[in-house]
Structures are given as structure tokens and as C-alpha cells.
Ligand binder design. Structure first.
Ligand code: NOJ
Ligand code: CA
Length: 716
């Protein structure tokens, strides 16, 4: 620790310093490095640990208490005294393997409070608090001790978040099996998902408390402060949902095991971080590195197999009903989405490979190549073995053809939620892909979890996802998980756990009421604060003809391009069919796009309304901008001050065309090129449900001669 920091911390953390007897200390303060965010720790008169959080002169979290109830043991919630406390400061800059930026500063002040019950058996519990400039976080640590058996059960965690106003909140229901919902925007006091009660009977859905939400939940206060609650470093511990217990108070509720236990714990127990990201503007939440900084450094020594990329797939054609995953029709299977013919044939795969090779799209996902899809979504179990191809699919030949053309095949393990079956086959399934040189696998848990009664977000499954990620790493395989649990930044530690779904993805546009224009804007300020997501954007035929007549995509085409920049994924899908891209000038944007960045900057943003993000391609002097709006047309500006001074670039702008409107007229895209430099300001005009995508690259001599420069330094 640096000595200057020691001095600063001595001043702020050792409030008990005035008393000689350190046991009398019952409160302490912690400040963020820039002093704007403060956390106050206290013990109530009943010895309950608590905290409060302040931003400048505003109270973000008022007095809130912390603790647990246990099984067959008294609660760990009160009767504590402070045994001792320690402070520490840390400041380092670390390198990401891939991501939104290449370097991240991890700068914080930390306070550890060691608590001891006053009464025998004097049980011990620590709470570790950290203050960063972009938020605060804390976790519980229960050390090995005689007063608690090595194996014990937590029945509930009681972490409170007491707010001081009825903030505008963007949230989704506390389903313990799924995040595949639209976001609600209500005052905090009105969190209520009871409108979902009628459909709460599905085997792969369960809302246990309608007055509760999943995280991240993001709020805006009347004073214009933005706050988001989530968790970080979630290992061997169930998802935390947040229940509205009093009008302005959220309290943790943990997803249970089938037997009702919440955490089957072993000493020493360290919980995930409970995080509170804070910013005075909406874009600050999106730029925050808090969640990643709270995770452990990378544990994979050779990361060469982990390759960010744009990918396509034999995928959307099943969702819109052009083809299907299965070969035979079996009544009741989810694979009956309208298509008749089998999609994953050798011939079709080669068509996609040719298309990818011609357009520089590196990855190709193939779903439905292995037997069992007839029974997907049905009560039957054990029907996937993950290794047997259907007779019309020659796996080695497809892989050979792809390799020869420079295309990387992405494997697929749909488990249907039958985890017991998956774990039986997983090693040979990974081995098969490894032998073929396949280095990315999409996993999926669409269905009821087996063992029955376990939940997609419970501890049983958290252990499973982690086991899969670590096992995959041993086979040099990266993971894109669907229907798993939310990202809490573990990608820092296991960068092969690259992306996940964990949201109501683009697929809903193909077979449901779809995703209204504000859905993706809401997700930029909620879901995506947790980590990358496989939304599957890039749809050009937004009307889904000739396959669908009722369903459609709820955006303009330009917004589909912009989503590929805004909604980050290191495996970013160009989801539409090759025939819908072929010959379309706007497809050039996808051909140019990358999925790994040196820097990401939010240029303008408002919670739930709009956001514009600029990202610099890793190791290249190229920038991509995505700007998206909800159902309202908007005029915004992008200041290009981030470009290298003294250089002239060419910007190719893909904007909503004349009279574009997601509902009435979604297809016009206007494409124009203009010269820009770091003094340029780019006007952004977004149609209702629209977007704008921009590629900024080096200008050729021809560009310099033919194009106009934007932003006031005249014609070249
Ligand atoms: C649901 C996933 O989200 C989707 O991407 C996939 O195609 C189907 N399950 C089948 O695995
Ligand atoms: Ca899904």
C-alpha cells in the first residue's frame, strides 16, 4: 500500500481511534479515492451491522442493516461488537484479455470490519467494504470458527438497501428461472410483477415474489443521480433478487434449492459482492468498471484460443420458421416453430461457410446438427447425447470445409435444462469439439432443470455453469451460455466464459409479440451493466417475409446495425439469413465491424430513452459508433474529440433514411461518407425506434480528394 493512501485512510476509517479500547468502535467511514462517495458503517444499539452511502451531499442509501438467518442455528444478524477493523488502499491498472477496453484502472479504498457476537459462542463475521469513484460494494466473510459447523445452511440473506426517495426504477421480475422479460419503468415503490401471475405456471419460469426484481436494477433520483444495484464475483452462491419490503426499501432474497435451503455453505464462506454503482449521468453507469474490478484476475494462462469475433448462424432460419432443428415432427416439441425442413444439413452449412468466407465473418454457429431435437421442450429426459449427428449432417466434412475457408465453427450444446444428462456426456462432448478444433460452444438451458425443482439461478446451477466454464477452459473452449445466470464479471477470471444471453433476446421478435423499441435501450442501462450479452442483432429483413406475417422486428434497419455496437458481445452475431444480407449496401458495416475494443465511450445517454457509444477497435485506428433510441425520434450530437488530433478519417454513416419509422417504414437506410477529425461534431438523427451506426476509418487519398469534411474546417 502506498504511504499517502495509508495516511488518508487513517484519517477517514479509524473513527474508533478516539477510543483507546478498540472494541468500543461501533462505526467507521470509508471514502472513494476522489472523496465524492462515502460509506458509513455502524452497529445499531442491538448490535446489528449496518451501512449508509452518500454521494456528494446526497444520501444514496440510508441506514440499512445486514445479516443472515441460518438453518438450525440462531440468526447472524445482531448482538455483535466490532472486534477490530482494517483499512487498505489499492491502485493498479490491468490489461483485459478482450472487452470494451484494453486497460482498466482498479482504484479503491477498503474497510474490513471484524464482528464478534457478544454472547457465547461468540460467532465471527467480517464485512468487507470498498469505495470506488464509480460506486461502493461489500461482501460478507464467515471465517472458520468453533461456533459454526464447517458445513451449514443459510436460509436467507438480509441485505437491505434503504432508499431516500421514490426513484424512477427500471427493473424486471424476480423470476428465479429466467430473465426473459421486458423491463418495467415505475417508481421504486411500485415494483409489482403480478401481471405475470397467470403465466407463472411454466416449468421454466417461476416468480416467487411479485414484489421483487432481478438485478441489475437501475434508478434515477429526482436530483438526477443514477444508481444501479447488482452483484459481482458470484461463485458457489445463488442469485440475489431484491424484494420491496417497505415502500422505499429493497431487501435481498436468495434463490432456493429444491429443498428450500438457500445456500449450502462451507466455511470459510465468502459471499458475492453486493454492488451499488453510482453516477451523476446515465452514461457513467455504462462506462463503469466496478463489476470487473471486483472480480479476480485472469486464471487462464494460455488465452490464445479465446477469440472475439462476429459470427453468423444456422439459427435465425429456425426461429422464423424457414427450417427446423429436428428431422421428424413430434407433437409438443418446442422445435416446431413453423419450419419443416431440417436446417443443419452439410449442404446448408457449406452455403453459410461460403457466405462467411466471402464477407469476412469469422464464426458460424450450427444448431440442430445433433440428434434429439424432436424431444426438446418435452417432459422426456436424456434425449441429447451432444455427439451424434443427424444422417444429413457430416460434421467432420463441415469442419474441414470451414477450416479450409478460414471460418470457425461454433458448436452447440442445448441441454434442454437436463443438467444431469449433460454432465454425464459433457467430457466426451467437449473432447469431440476439441478433436475437431472447435473453440467456441454455445450452451443452452431452455427447459425445466433436472434434477427437478432446481432453479436456473439457484446455487446448484451456479455451481454447474462454473464447472462448465472451467472444464471448457481445459479443452480450449470458450462459452456462450443461454438461459444461464446473469453475468457478475467472472469473465475477468475466466475470459473463456465470453458471453451469455440471460435476457429477452432478439429471438423473441421471431415468435412472440417481440421486443418494443425501448427494450434494448432499457437493457443498455440494466442487463448490460453486468456484462456482455448475446442479443443476436443485425436483422435486415425486419418484416420476416415470407416466413412470418404476424411477428416482426420492432426497429428500423439502421437500429439493428447500431445495436451491434451498443449491446456489447465479444461474440457478436450477425443474425439474419445470408440471402437477406447479400447485395445490401448496409451490410458493409457488418463486414467492417469487430468485437474487441481498446476503448468505449458513452457520448450521450438518458436512462430508458437513448444512448450513443463509440468504441475503438483493439489495436487499430478505427472507431465504430452506435446510437439507439426508444419509440421517440431524437436529434443528438456526437462530439468526435476522441479521434487522434491532426488526422483526417472517413466516416461512413448508416442512418435512418427519409421518413423512416420502426412501425410504418422500417427499411430506409441512408448511407453517406464524410471526412471527420477530432474537431468534428456529428449530427445524429434517429427515427422513432431507430438508430445510427458509423464506421470511422483511415481516409484514402481518393476520399481526401472527393469528400467533404464535417465540422467547420471547410472543403478539402
Ligand atoms: C434458446 C436460445 O436462446 C436460442 O438461441 C436457441 O436457438 C434455442 N434455445 C435452441 O437451443
Ligand atoms: Ca433464450
Amino acid at each position: 500500500m502506498k504511504s499517502s493512501a495509508v495516511l488518508a485512510l487513517l484519517a477517514l476509517a479509524l473513527l474508533g481511534a478516539a477510543c483507546q479500547n478498540r472494541r468500543l468502535m461501533s462505526h467507521a467511514n470509508l471514502e472513494s479515492p476522489n472523496g465524492k462517495i462515502r460509506l458509513h458503517f455502524f452497529l445499531t444499539s442491538a448490535g446489528e451491522p449496518g451501512y449508509a452511502v452518500f454521494y456528494a451531499n446526497q444520501t444514496v442509501i440510508d441506514s440499512s442493516t445486514l445479516g443472515f438467518t441460518l438453518k438450525n442455528a440462531p440468526a447472524l444478524r445482531g448482538g455483535f461488537e466490532v472486534d477490530k477493523s482494517e483499512t487498505r488502499s489499492f491502485d493498479e491498472t490491468w490489461q483485459t484479455v478482450w472487452g470494451e477496453r484494453s486497460r482498466i484502472r482498479n482504484h479503491y479504498h477498503e474497510l474490513t470490519v471484524h464482528l464478534r457476537e457478544k454472547a457465547a459462542p461468540n460467532r465471527l463475521m467480517d464485512i468487507v467494504f470498498r469505495a470506488y469513484d464509480d460506486g461502493v460494494a461489500f461482501y460478507y466473510y464467515i471465517p472458520e470458527q468453533p461456533g459454526i459447523p464447517r458445513e451449514f445452511v443459510i436460509m436467507e440473506e438480509h441485505t437491505e438497501f434503504q432508499f431516500t426517495g421514490d426513484h424512477q426504477a427500471v427493473w424486471l421480475p424476480a423470476d428465479v428461472d429466467s430473465y426473459e422479460y421486458l423491463y418495467e419503468t415505475t417508481p421504486l415503490s411500485r415494483i409489482d410483477a403480478s401481471k405475470y401471475a397467470p403465466e407463472n405456471e411454466r416449468v421454466d419460469r417461476a416468480i416467487r415474489n411479485f414484489k421483487a426484481c432481478n438485478t441489475p436494477i437501475t434508478m434515477k433520483t429526482a436530483q438526477g443521480l443514477y444508481i444501479s444495484l447488482h452483484e459481482a464475483r458470484q461463485l458457489d452462491y445463488p442469485d440475489m433478487t431484491l424484494a420491496l419490503n417497505a415502500p422505499l426499501k429493497l431487501v435481498s432474497e436468495l434463490v432456493p434449492w429444491a429443498d428450500g435451503d438457500r445456500v449450502k455453505a462451507t466455511l470459510p464462506l465468502r459471499t458475492p459482492w453486493r454492488t451499488i454503482t453510482i453516477s451523476d449521468w446515465a452514461g457513467g453507469l455504462v462506462e463503469s468498471n466496478l463489476i470487473l474490478n471486483l472480480n479476480d484476475p485472469n486464471k487462464i494462462s494460455d488465452v490464445s484460443f479465446i477469440q472475439p469475433m462476429i459470427y453468423s448462424g444456422i439459427w435465425w432460419e429456425m426461429h422464423i420458421g424457414k427450417t427446423t432443428w429436428r428431422r421428424e415432427f413430434v407433437q409438443g416439441s418446442w422445435s416446431n416453430m413453423g419450419g419443416q425442413l431440417h436446417g443443419a444439413t452439410t449442404e446448408n452449412a457449406k452455403r453459410y461457410i461460403d457466405f462467411n468466407a466471402a464477407n469476412g465473418i469469422r464464426g458460424l454457429l450450427i444448431e440442430g446438427w445433433n440428434t434429439g431435437w424432436e424431444y426438446w421442450g418435452m417432459d422426456t429426459i436424456g434425449f441429447f447425447d451432444f455427439v451424434t449427428p443427424y444422417p444429413d449432417f457430416d460434421l467432420p466434412e463441415v469442419v474441414r470445409y470451414a477450416r479450409q475457408k478460414g471460418v470457425a465453427i461454433i458448436g452447440h450444446h442445448e441441454t434442454s435444462g437436463d443438467v444431469e444428462n449433460y454432465e454425464k456426456h459433457i467430457e466426451k462432448a467437449f473432447q469431440l469439439y476439441k478433436d475437431l478444433g472447435i473453440q467456441v460452444v454455445k450452451t443452452g438451458y431452455a427447459g425445466e432443470i433436472r434434477p427437478k425443482g432446481e432453479r436456473h439461478h439457484g446455487q446448484y446451477m451456479i455451481r454447474h455453469y462454473q464447472k462448465v466454464a472451467e472444464l471448457a477452459a481445459r479443452y480450449n473452449i470458450a462459452i456462450n451460455a443461454h438461459e444461464s445466470a446473469k453475468d457478475t464479471g467472472l469473465r475477468r477470471t475466466w475470459p473463456n466464459f465470453m458471453t451469455r444471453e440471460c435476457m429477452r433476446g432478439g429471438e423473441y421478435e421471431a415468435w412472440s409479440d417481440g421486443n418494443p423499441p425501448n427494450h434494448t435501450v432499457n437493457m443498455a442501462f440494466t442487463r448490460y451493466l453486468g456484462g456482455p450479452g448475446d442479443y443476436t442483432p443485425g436483422i435486415f429483413d425486419v418484416m420476416l417475409r415470407p416466413y412470418r406475417h404476424k411477428e416482426r422486428v420492432h426497429t428500423t434497419i439502421a437500429k439493428q446495425l447500431a445495436l451491434m455496437v451498443v449491446l456489447y458481445s465479444p461474440l457478436q452475431m450477425a443474425a439474419d439469413l445470408p440471402e437477406n444480407y447479400e447485395g445490401k449496401p448496409a451490410f458493409q458495416f457488418i463486414r467492417d465491424l469487430v468485437a474487441d475494443w481498446d476503448e468505449s465511450k458513452v457520448l450521450n445517454a438518458e436512462l430508458g430513452d437513448y444512448i450513443t457509444i463509440a468504441r475503438k477497435a483493439r489495436g487499430q485506428d478505427k472507431w465504430f459508433i452506435g446510437s439507439i433510441t426508444d419509440e421517440h425520434a431524437r436529434q443528438l450530437q456526437a462530439n468526435l474529440g476522441f479521434l487522434d488530433p491532426g488526422k483526417t478519417y472517413v466516416a461512413t454513416i448508416y442512418a435512418d433514411g427519409p421518413d423512416a419509422d420502426w412501425e410504418r417504414n422500417p427499411t430506409p437506410v441512408s448511407i453517406r461518407k464524410v471526412l471527420v477529425n477530432n474537431r468534428s461534431t456529428l449530427p445524429i438523427e434517429l427515427a422513432p425506434g431507430g438508430g445510427m451506426a458509423v464506421y470511422i476509418g483511415p481516409a484514402s487519398a481518393e476520399d481526401l480528394h472527393n469528400l467533404t469534411i464535417l465540422g467547420g474546417i471547410g472543403r478539402k
